[in-house]
Write a protein that binds this ligand. Structure first.
Ligand code: 1CP
Length: 346
């Protein structure tokens, strides 16, 4: 008779809680649905958002990197704009571009027209997460949502943006609209994460990918409190919360204080420099995602530096400093995974 492995004893959750680990846990942002040939096969002829609402496909795509790499955690295959689509916002994910919103949000009436999210909007998420928990056994599932600033950027700009100029113009020039929009997105994100945790997700990650566009003062006043609201609601459920952004070396302290148990660090800042900034929290990161294109010995030498630096933290979850680049060779990522998992702890 086999007993089911206990997820709470996984290396990933131990590291998130700051407990001793049998090996450094590793997973990769955007590990699902990017470079794998088996992913491209199952997605043939299926639009991104159609794939996200098909529980069988979500389970299959989420499992693919777990099977291939043996990573220490799975991340739900979905997208940060999915909950908006689910409540009825007219948007699509255009291949090669990203999320495109038909009617960008500009006024208070636009904000008020966005419905609140209830579990009835996302039954396919509940079904997919339940299915995954059964398949994953002792491997934890990470649920996720986009943080208010990053999601607001897509809604206000109408699509991907480099400068986030219209978004910040609203933040600076129309504070009432901004507050209403951020509060609305925060409630949707919290409700969406609650659905994922209720169905069995063992941890959550809040992606504030574009928060690096902000000064610390603006983050503190206009953005952080809304992310803190999301993290506080999820905190009540008792699962670890990871908070990640890109180019956020000047925000790491604030992002930790927003209510994270684990602060994600991008690759630009040495992990050892980030650790003193996040207080008594675990860190996640932060190998440069392009190092998978370097000779294997160089990649693993740099990975070893990251692991060594991570020893100074309350806990360390190995990851890339941002998502897996689509042209990544899966064999190289497999070698990286094996290297990290077999590297001696302390
Ligand atoms: O591991 C995984 O890939 C899980 C699924 C996942 C996640 C965690 C997808 C699938 N998207 C995301 C998060 C996400 N989506 C983020 C935060 C993480 C990050 O910074 O990378 C962001 C900013 C988005 C928005 C988004 N969706 C973009 C970026 C556009 C921009 O502004 O530059 C893109 C290209 C998408 C589409 C998307 N999301 C996911 C996939 C597999 C795809 C490609 C779909 C396709 O074109 O068919």
């Amino acid at each position: 008779m086999s007993t089911r492995p206990d997820v709470s004893e996984s290396a990933f959750l131990k590291a998130a809680r700051g407990e001793p680990v049998p090996h450094t846990p590793v997973w990769y942002m955007r590990q699902a649905g990017r470079s794998l040939p088996e992913y491209l096969r199952v997605r043939e002829g299926v639009a991104m958002l159609d794939a996200c609402v098909d529980p069988d496909l979500v389970v299959e795509i989420t499992m693919q990197p777990v099977r291939r790499y043996g990573v220490d955690a799975a991340i739900l295959f979905s997208d940060i704009v999915l909950p908006l689509k689910a409540v009825g916002v007219d948007l699509d994910i255009t291949p090669g571009v990203g999320p495109v919103v038909a009617h960008p949000v500009r006024t208070l009436a636009d904000v008020e027209a966005i419905p609140e999210l209830t579990p009835e909007h996302v039954p396919f998420i509940t079904e997919a997460v339940r299915g995954l928990v059964g398949e994953l056994g002792g491997t934890p599932l990470i649920g996720f949502a986009g943080a208010p600033f990053t999601v607001a950027s897509y809604l206000v700009e109408g699509g991907p943006s480099k400068e986030h100029a219209r978004t910040k113009a609203m933040m600076f020039g129309a504070p009432e609209v901004w507050e209403a929009l951020m509060a609305k997105i925060a409630r949707i994100a919290a409700a969406y994460l609650e659905v994922q945790v209720a169905a069995g997700a063992s941890a959550v990650q809040l992606f504030d990918s574009w928060a690096g566009a902000l000064t610390p003062a603006d983050y503190r006043a206009q953005v952080g409190p809304h992310s803190a609201y999301v993290l506080e609601r999820v905190g009540a459920l008792g699962v670890p919360r990871i908070h990640f952004g890109v180019g956020t070396s000047n925000l790491l302290t604030l992002m930790g204080e927003a209510g994270a148990d684990v602060v994600g660090v991008d690759w630009r800042m040495p992990l050892g420099s980030a650790i003193p900034l996040v207080g008594d929290r675990a860190v996640q990161g932060n190998l440069d995602p392009t190092l998978v294109f370097a000779p294997t010995e160089l990649m693993t030498a740099r990975a070893a530096e990251v692991i060594e630096a991570g020893r100074a933290a309350r806990g360390h979850i190995f990851n890339l400093g941002h998502g897996v680049i689509p042209s990544t060779d899966p064999d190289q990522l497999k070698r990286l995974t094996e290297f990290v998992q077999s590297y001696p702890v302390a």
